[in-house]
Design a binder for this molecule. Sequence first.
Ligand SMILES: Nc1ncnc2c1ncn2[C@@H]1O[C@H](COP(=O)(O)OP(=O)(O)O)[C@@H](O)[C@H]1O
Ligand SMILES: [Mg+2]
Length: 333
Amino acid sequence: MGRITLKKVQKSFGSTEVIPPLDLEINDGEFVVFVGPSGCGKSTLLRLIAGLEDTSGGTIEIDGVDATGLPPAKRSLAMVFQSYALYPHMSVRKNIAFPMKMAGLPKAEQEKRISQAAAALNLTDYLDRRPGQLSGGQRQRVAIGRAIVREPSAFLFDEPLSNLDAALRVGMRLEISELHKRLDTTMVYVTHDQVEAMTMADKIVVLQAGVIEQVGSPLDLYHTPRNKFVAGFIGSPRMNLIEGAEAAKHNVTTIGIRPEHIAVSGESGDWKGVVGVSEHLGSDTFFHVKIDGFAEPITVRAGGNVDLHYGDTIYLTPQADLIHKFDGGGLRV
Ligand SMILES: Nc1ncnc2c1ncn2[C@@H]1O[C@H](COP(=O)(O)OP(=O)(O)O)[C@@H](O)[C@H]1O
Ligand SMILES: [Mg+2]
């Protein structure tokens, strides 16, 4: 259980269409990530699925049943809000119990589900604390616990990690992925962070201005982005996109090459340039290289100990079979 099908789903606020009609299939048990820049409609799409917004057109099916007109409580979906949505004056136990209390579940059943959720989330020893006595990561787990006890057919997450610090975000990312493997329940997860999308998703849905630019696995999107937008959005540092004479040699409008697919040499190569700013990460170095005739510097990933400095001459050679080509409309050719 947990298959969600969107057919020609459309949303306008007043006269502004924020989501033109779109189709999407979310399979049972899948971890699907909606990713795209701020304002592209990710939250709106998730809220349409949850029933927190009414659709302006189209249908939403959950497990084969038309749910378009159903209120949120009848959709068997659980929205996981950011951790600050916890009740500060209630214990962890009471926070987790809250939706079950509202639904009028028998006390014994509530206790059973609280124990199971607490065990799954490593919260057993914290049930009598209040949210203020927990770390950010633990609070996030309580928010998830409150969703788990409803035994939904899918979990919906809207940027749940965006107000956590960087180290905690990485930890929680792994915890949510781990939880997904254990629960084997559909998860739909919204983020503007392509690294979160790449590391967590079975299937990524890339959105721009309410339009699905591409749907695919992380590696599908990395290896075969279907247009320039996806090419530039997925991957870090971003793909170099080059127009003009260099692209014309390949008979296209734009060529793209990822920083990790360019060989670096101090002596010879296809493109001769000058080293600009470099970023030393220890494991890798990112050089930003200025090349005559190129509109923008090329970013290239080299080893951590490559001995090249600001102002040095550098030669770059893109790996020929990993050059992406795009036409005048920005589509992959
Ligand atoms: N209740 C609303 N009324 C009017 N416009 C809205 C409302 N909610 C969202 N929007 C607009 O819809 C677009 C998509 O918003 P949203 O789904 O929140 O984007 P995202 O989550 O990708 O940042 C934005 O242009 C936003 O201003
Ligand atoms: Mg949003």
